[in-house]
Design a protein around this ligand. Structure first.
Ligand code: HH2
Length: 288
């Protein structure tokens, strides 16, 4: 899933794709690079971000969704607002991605249920101003699993088909760095809840601290793509359904390389049919 932030203030790429024409071009670029789904959002969730009005959020996302859906792209709308989700679905979005999992807007569950669209339910404990003070857990894996399970139960009671729910542990949302790492290590427990799982670690601050001594500032967001690729490969290995990233080529390369390892012939099978014995035509100057 490639990220299209139509915002002036997103933490990693705020302002870069704020004009509809730039956002549409960026969406096309992400598709050409191999994204299967584009996640279009008009509100930044970074700590301290000001919420746009509903009208402003619609003004940002609708032209981008209409244009890219018209070209056949599969789109999710990244919104906490039922009114935005409803109009985005009418404009051609196929999936609703709500970082609040339906908690921020009490109309959201009904809109999604009526549409029959898949719904990404992220683990959330409040809007950005309050969320870091709520990063308190007895056991982060057990607590996040329990809260996601409760959300799934309430959303199915509200009429959303259980098999339309995608769960997301919400990396960086009401989580300290060690909470994010522990959740990644035990992501199989979230997968075991029985829903597809989406993982969004892309460029988040805890990745910017990898290899940086304590007390020094984290690396800037654009220098976090290798760490994003590593965490995304790990998530895929543990059974994630999707990974949400800003830079598609680095994560896709890492996923494809891992898949090549998984599909390599067993040792001792060098001459088995289909083992890919290099020929003159396929050999390359660096050994193939
Ligand atoms: N993270 C962000 C936004 N939407 N959706 C899901 N399902 N999972 C996530 O982890 C997630 C998300 C934050 O990233 P970004 O959109 O780049 O930043 P901002 O909120 O500042 O626009």
């Amino acid at each position: 899933m490639g990220v299209v932030n139509v915002t002036p203030d997103s933490f990693s790429d705020g302002g870069e794709w704020f004009e509809p024409s730039a956002a549409i071009a960026h969406g096309r670029e992400l598709l050409a690079q191999g994204a299967d789904v584009l996640d279009v959002g008009g509100e930044s969730t970074r700590p301290g971000a000001q919420r746009p009005s509903v009208e402003e959020e619609l003004r940002r996302v609708l032209p981008v969704i209409e244009a890219l859906a018209g070209e056949g792209a599969v789109l999710s709308v990244d919104t906490m607002r039922a009114a935005v989700a409803a109009q985005a679905l009418r404009a051609g979005a196929a999936i609703v991605n709500d970082v609040s999992g339906g908690l921020a807007d009490e109309e959201m569950a009904a809109v999604v249920a009526q549409s029959g669209a898949p719904f990404v339910v992220m683990h959330w404990r409040g809007h950005s101003a309050a969320m870091q003070s709520r990063a308190v857990y007895d056991d982060v894996v057990a607590d996040v699993c329990a809260e996601l399970t409760a959300r799934a139960r309430d959303l199915t009671a509200a009429g959303i088909e259980a098999d339309h729910l995608v769960l997301d542990p919400g990396f960086g949302f009401a989580k300290l760095a060690h909470h994010n790492w522990t959740l990644l290590r035990h992501l199989d427990r979230v997968v075991d809840l029985g829903h597809p799982v989406l993982v969004g670690t892309s460029r988040k601050t805890f990745l910017g601290r990898v290899g940086v001594p304590d007390g020094e500032p984290p690396r800037p967001p654009a220098q976090r793509d290798a760490a994003t690729a590593a965490t995304s490969v790990h998530a895929a290995r543990l059974g994630a359904w999707g990974v949400r990233v800003h830079h598609v080529p680095s994560t896709l390369d890492a996923l494809l390389a891992t898949a090549a390892i998984d599909h390599a012939p067993d040792t001792g099978n060098d001459h088995a049919p289909g083992a890919g014995i290099p020929t003159a035509a396929t050999s390359t100057t660096d050994g193939g």
